[in-house]
Each structure stands twice: as C-alpha cells, then as structure tokens.
Design a protein around this ligand. Structure first.
Ligand SMILES: [Zn+2]
Ligand SMILES: [Zn+2]
Length: 316
C-alpha cells in the first residue's frame, strides 16, 4: 500500500513539522491504512483554523487543512476557489462571512483532488454553483485511486459535481473583475486549471505549484514531470512582477518564486533523464541521488527526494 514511498522518506514526513503543516493532510496521514486516510484528513480539518489574508480590494487567500483557497467578494456574490475538506465547511463559511456580504455565488475547482473538492457538496448546499474543467467532473463522477498514496476516493455525491464545465478556457465577468479560467495540459493531473483575477492581479495555479518543496505529481491522473514544467511556463507567461500567485500548497508566492520552482523541476528532470537514457533502472536512478544538489532547499517537504526522483523517472 505504500508502494513508492520508502521508509526513509516516510520518516522525513514526521521529521519536518513546519513543512508538513503546509501539506495536504491525506499526504501526511500515510501511516494509516488507506481506508482510514480520508477519515483522518477530515478529522484533522475539523479543528484546523482558517487563516484569511487580504490580497487585493476584494480578493482573499484562505488557508486551512486542505489546498489553498481564494475568495472574491462583492455585491454580485462570493466566488470561492476550491473547497478543502467537507469537515472544514463550517469554518470556511465563517471566514467568508467575516469579510463579505455572505452571498454565495460560484465555487471554482482548480482540479479534482480530494483536498480541494471534498467540501464541494457542503458549499453547493450553501448556494455555490460549481465550475471546473470537464475532466474534474468526469473524475469526481467515478471512484479514483491515487496509487502512490494508496488512496481510493468513492464517486462524489451529485451535489459535489461541477455544474458548469469547460475544456480549454472560460472568462467570467464578476464583481468588477474578469476571471480567466484556463486549462493546463496534463501536469499535476489532467484536470488542472488556473484562475487569474485580472484586475486584482491574483493568480491561483492550484497544485501545479507547491511553493518551496518538491511537488506531488499524480501519475494515476495523467500527471507528468514534463507537464508540470510546461504548466509552470504557462503560468509564468500570465504572471507579472507584482502578480500575487497562490500555490495549491505552501505560502503565497511571487513570479520569481514560481520561476525558481520551475527551474528546479527542469534541473531534476534533466538529471533523472540522463540516468534513465543511460540505462539506469528506477531503483538505480534513485540510488544515485540525482537531486542531491537540490535537496537542501526543496527536499524538506512531504515528498522526500527519493520518492520525488521515482515520480520523475516514471513520468519522463
Ligand atoms: Zn492539493
Ligand atoms: Zn492535487
């Protein structure tokens, strides 16, 4: 059940409390049996406070147990990006009410993963209409297995499914701003989109960015290292020097920080690709520590260097 996660990298999870506080709880619930991980994540979310940070006149960053959320407020109603865990819904709604007229309007999912969509049904019941990429609806409609984590999620209830979907891009004009919703080619998953609030100049890129550490790439959902690098390039093309960029996990970041993450991924890819094309097996490639020069900066999160190297190798 922990295929791909060796003991060393698992121990690193426990050893890096600061970094793991930023990680989705389903990742650091790895000690539990697969069936319990979702329950553990939900239990943890029940008591995790929501931190609200104002990014622009009417745009906020909301951070709790799941993926980072964004909120646009205004007379036309609230737009929420991602919904965290179902059990976080009451706290998220309190956080929204604290800074807005509390009028629900739209919920946009950055991708299908559980730590970003488990709260969908509760938010839909609270009046939010759910928007997402068409593949997010498709994946949420059936059971999904994230092999590396040994997690299987059941089909989402009807109320959790996006009601408005798109394939390439969509513009939404709302509360005096233009929101550009644009699909990334398969990167972290095959459901990833970014949301750019043009006037506020806030860009939510979901899990194509883990700010400050090696990312999780969901190969079970079509994710690849090359796709992550191209997604970074696409996001960098949209961002200006003062754009506030929200990663799926980790602190709010800048264009320069996203560039550094992108460059790290490119170096890791090149180093692992060199070993693979020279004939190294995955095990041999991992043993050669190809990311050694990057590990001090990027390897202290929940994806240890060896696990990350394995993902890169398999998705080249
Ligand atoms: Zn996530
Ligand atoms: Zn994700």
């Amino acid at each position: 059940m922990l295929q791909g996660l060796n003991r060393r990298s698992f121990l690193q999870l426990g050893a890096t409390a600061a970094a793991s506080a930023l990680a989705p709880r389903w990742l650091h619930a790895q000690a539990a049996a697969p069936a319990d991980r979702i329950a553990q994540a939900r239990a943890g979310a029940l008591t995790t406070p929501i931190k609200t940070t104002k990014l622009a006149d009417n745009v906020y960053l909301l951070q709790g147990a799941g993926g980072n959320m964004a909120l646009q407020t205004g007379a036309e109603g609230n737009v929420l990006i991602d919904s965290s865990y179902a059990t976080a819904a009451p706290k998220i709604r309190e956080a929204i009410a604290a800074v807005s007229n509390d009028r629900a309007d739209a919920l946009i999912n950055t991708h299908w993963h559980f730590d970003h969509t488990d709260g969908n049904e509760a938010m839909h019941e609270a009046g939010f209409t759910i928007f997402a990429h068409e593949k997010t609806r498709e994946r949420l409609s059936t059971a999904q297995t994230v092999k590396l984590l040994g997690v299987t999620t059941p089909p989402a209830p009807a109320g959790a499914l996006p009601l408005v979907t798109f394939s390439e891009a969509m513009q939404v004009f709302h509360n005096g701003d233009q929101l550009n919703l644009v699909h990334f080619d398969p990167a972290h998953t095959d459901t990833d989109i970014y949301i750019h609030f043009r006037k506020a100049d806030v860009l939510h890129v979901g899990d194509v960015w883990f700010n400050g550490f090696y990312p999780f790439i969901d190969e079970s959902s079509g994710g690849t290292i090359g796709g992550m690098i191209r997604a970074g390039e696409k996001a960098l093309a949209v961002a200006g020097v003062s754009t506030k960029i929200i990663p799926g996990h980790g602190p709010l970041g800048s264009r320069a920080e996203l560039q550094a993450f992108h460059d790290m991924l490119a170096v890791a890819r090149d180093k692992v690709a060199a070993l693979k094309s020279a004939g190294a097996s995955e095990q041999e490639a991992v043993a050669k520590k190809p990311t050694a020069s990057l590990d001090a900066v990027w390897g202290k999160g929940f994806m240890g260097p060896d696990v990350f190297t394995g993902i890169v190798y398999r998705t080249l």
